[in-house]
Design a protein around this ligand. Sequence first.
Ligand SMILES: NC(=O)c1ccc[n+]([C@@H]2O[C@H](COP(=O)([O-])OP(=O)(O)OC[C@H]3O[C@@H](n4cnc5c(N)ncnc54)[C@H](O)[C@@H]3O)[C@@H](O)[C@H]2O)c1
Ligand SMILES: [Fe+2]
Length: 400
Amino acid sequence: MSKLKRFAHNSLIPIGSLLARFLPDKVPITFVGVDSTRELSESIAQMQIEKVLVVTDSVLVELGLVQKVSECLERAGVASVTYDGVLPDPTFTQVEQGLALLDQHGCQAVLALGGGSPMDASKLISAMATNRVPIEKLEGMMKIKNAPMPLFAMPTTSGTGSEVTLAAVISDPVSHKKKFFTDPKLLPLMVGLDPSLTLGLPPAITAATGMDALTHAIESYISKSATETTRGYAKISVKLVFDNLDRACQDGKNLETRRAMSLASYYGGLAFTRTSVGYVHAIAHTFGSYYKTPHGLANAIALPNVLEFSLPACEAQLAELADDVGIKGESQARKAEEFIAAIRQLMQRVAIPFGLEDLRPQDIPAIAQQALAEAHLNYPVPRYMLQGECETLLHEMLVG
Ligand SMILES: NC(=O)c1ccc[n+]([C@@H]2O[C@H](COP(=O)([O-])OP(=O)(O)OC[C@H]3O[C@@H](n4cnc5c(N)ncnc54)[C@H](O)[C@@H]3O)[C@@H](O)[C@H]2O)c1
Ligand SMILES: [Fe+2]
């Protein structure tokens, strides 16, 4: 029975990701570089928008980044109101709070300022501003009827690529399960990639979010839905991460390196939003709902083990990525193995552990079940994983 399931899955692509191939190939207008905050602010003003809701978190207020952006908006003639209540892995509650503030101040647009959490919350706030239904009704594929309020994004981490994806991940505040919202209408209109906003990112967050970008690119590259275009985006992202993540962790104030990581995240987002992700993300999302593990860290821990499992079905692709980052090997198989080894070496250099401290052996069967349910419904993974195989992988991620 299990073998039959594996055969059926290997011959099919989940319907959602098949549909994603036919979505319009839109990319937001993007400003890149230290002038991009000003350029984006001026472009918002040119759209006759007088007041925006800046959606962010309290850390970014403390760091002075919100003030920097608000002042830039003001100089361009755009007033702003700040909602700084977003927490990592935002919940429906924060979306509702942001929406209430937007209504109270009569804002005409939403500007996401932050990592994936503020960006995802912003996507839903702008969608709910024009679709007055309970948030649950917007969950799933293509459930957003009316065009959202204009949405702009300025990422301050380099990982999720949410600024260019059609997706938002918001958790249910009661069950803490991540809920997925996918719709081309969630794509921001314009993006500002200002590397100066990422200069203060601590090494641990730089490392974890950078590994998220790498995971997007690799899972997209080996996806059964990959196209020539998405493979091109993924290759750019993988190379940028391999060339810059170490330096971004050691010398966070280097603008060139930060710029490269912003682009790595951006291209990773462009790659995976068409192809979807895979088992690494399915496991990472489940770690997130069980233990609140930061998204990038959870991905990094699962990545090498999942790639080892997937190897028989994606050896050629991993060997191609190895070529791109200058890994030598006498055969395709050797190069693919060396590529996985190079990921482990990179993790070691940027101080990411190979196992998850919080993971408890008694949780493993349920975690495997939840992760596989997510993956088999949504992701065009190259090699089907059975419950027992997933449990074995998870056992390898135990610490001690
Ligand atoms: N929509 C998508 O396509 C997509 C893709 C991947 C992940 N996600 C979601 O994104 C979320 C994770 O986003 P994330 O990894 O960017 O983390 P995050 O937004 O939760 O931020 C992590 C921490 O970094 C801090 N931070 C952010 N920018 C900073 C800066 N410049 N300097 C110092 N500290 C800074 C934040 O205050 C926070 O404490 C998860 O909820 C995940 O599910 C969404
Ligand atoms: Fe991710």
